[in-house]
Ligand binder design. Structure first.
Ligand SMILES: C[S@@+](CC[C@H](N)C(=O)[O-])C[C@H]1O[C@@H](n2cnc3c(N)ncnc32)[C@H](O)[C@@H]1O
Length: 236
């Protein structure tokens, strides 16, 4: 029994920003997972662990097969489901993934020991804000799937470690649709996330050195391509 998540966790995952019947169609009509990845997805669903939903799984498989990145950085490992999915999608890829939750880290270690036979995945334990400055490598694909208010804090580190032409995918940027509502209408406990996500949009959506695209999939995906080496971010 998982302690970190319960039936009331991850409220926004149950508030899809597109019609429910379309979400259902995306989840049931597209090629299903099999083998151990299907088992991990079932386990996550049973235990309310917020791993990427099936429409994002299929999108990632497509995107990664098209881009063929060599080195991926992920923030937010949980049980290792998305890291293992990415490993299966690109032959020979190297993945570095960060998480701070000891319970999730234990599950991830167990899963990587079983299913990452060629040690393609490196798990770094700790708060991403502290771990990121210690990484001295460049990546060509980054998946951010962690504390939403911190995406804007992590972004300068991520851009520094991203090759020109590299791609960043940021998950869950719509806050169940609340992100476009005035802050006064947002529950107090959710306002830091609201502010962080809006700062993120201000910094990237019209940045001349980035190409950015918002996709209404799951709870919103933001895709960013780094087009030039030095990117100035307006962080006011
Ligand atoms: C949504 S889950 C990741 C799911 C995973 N990417 C998947 O789809 O299989 C988010 C994870 O990010 C971790 N996390 C959140 N904020 C973090 C932070 N600031 N530093 C490190 N890990 C963080 C949480 O502990 C949690 O395990």
């Amino acid at each position: 029994m998982v302690k970190s998540y319960g039936e009331r966790s991850n409220r926004n995952m149950r508030r899809p920003v597109v019609k429910e019947e379309i979400v259902e169609f995306l989840r049931t009509s597209q090629k299903q997972l099999d083998g151990y990845l299907a088992d991990l997805a079932d386990f996550a669903q049973r235990e309310n662990i917020p791993v990427i939903p099936h429409e994002t799984v299929v999108y990632f498989q497509f995107l990664l097969q098209a881009i063929q990145p060599k080195k991926i950085l992920e923030i937010g490992t949980a049980i290792g489901f998305s890291a293992l999915l990415m490993k299966e999608s690109v032959p020979g890829v190297q993945i570095t993934t960060i998480d701070r939750n000891p319970e999730m880290i234990a599950f991830a270690k167990e899963n990587f020991a079983k299913f990452d036979k060629h040690s393609q995945i490196t798990l770094l334990e700790g708060e991403a804000q502290e771990v990121l400055p210690t990484i001295n490598e460049k990546f060509d694909f980054v998946f951010m799937d962690s504390a939403k208010s911190k995406y804007i804090v992590f972004l300068p580190y991520i851009l520094e470690k991203l090759e020109v032409g590299g791609v960043i995918i940021i998950d869950d940027v719509f806050q169940g649709g609340d992100v476009v509502r005035p802050i006064e209408d947002i529950r107090r406990g959710q306002r830091t996330i609201h502010r962080g996500l809006n700062k993120l949009f201000d910094a990237v959506l019209n940045n001349e050195k980035l190409t950015a695209s918002l996709i209404p999939m799951s709870d919103g995906i933001l895709m960013i391509r780094k087009n030039e080496e030095d990117v100035d971010l307006d962080l006011d």
